[in-house]
Design a protein around this ligand. Structure first.
Ligand code: HEM
Ligand code: HEM
Length: 133
């Protein structure tokens, strides 16, 4: 069970990375749009990545929470309850609620929800690194 729990932890890290790709891909598109549009191959790859990670950002956010809950259940039942894990997991839950309120209540990419959603992403990167150390 320990190994499944660890695997689920790495799946959480993977899905979390895929939610962050939303920001990274938009940044790449802003900075390197000329290069991307210069070649059909780059354009196609870019469109594919934008579809998977930017258009389906909500899917990756929910996947992160589901793998987190499974990881939490297995680790706390068969190993121990990790304090650093609980802190990172708690922040991740807040992040999901913020993302959902942005998607379904506020709807615009601006304002307090959006700024907090971005800042919490950075806090989460640190929180997860601390949990892994
Ligand atoms: C953002 C949320 C989280 C992520 C990304 C995450 C990720 C991981 C990963 C990748 C590992 C395996 C480390 C290794 O291979 O050595 C791990 C271990 C572990 N996690 Fe989490 N985790 C999270 C939240 C939690 C929560 C909420 C708990 C609470 C029970 C928890 C409890 C543990 C435990 C007990 C271990 C084993 C620690 C050890 O071997 O020393 N994690 N976590
Ligand atoms: C692991 C959790 C999550 C992380 C780390 C995360 C991270 C981010 C980041 C960094 C941005 C900014 C992108 C930009 O600068 O344009 C963003 C935007 C956004 N997020 Fe999340 N997010 C998460 C979960 C969610 C969830 C669960 C939802 C909704 C169900 C959501 C909804 C949104 C929306 C609506 C935007 C603005 C529009 C867009 O860029 O797609 N997020 N998120």
């Amino acid at each position: 069970m320990g190994e499944i729990g660890e695997f689920l932890g790495w799946l959480t890290v993977f899905s979390f990375g895929a939610t962050l790709a939303n920001y990274i891909l938009k940044y790449i598109n802003k900075k390197y749009s000329k290069l991307i549009n210069s070649t059909l191959k780059y354009k196609k790859f870019n469109a594919l990545f934008m579809k998977i990670f930017v258009r389906h950002h909500k899917f990756w956010g929910i996947a992160t929470i589901i793998t987190l809950l499974l990881h939490f259940y297995i680790q706390s039942t068969f190993r121990e309850v990790s304090t650093t894990g609980l802190i990172a997991g708690g922040i991740l839950l807040i992040q999901m609620l913020l993302g959902m309120s942005g998607a379904y209540i506020f709807k615009k990419r601006q304002g307090l929800w959006f700024v907090s959603h971005r800042i919490i992403s950075i806090i989460l990167i640190l929180g997860i690194i601390i949990h892994l150390l």
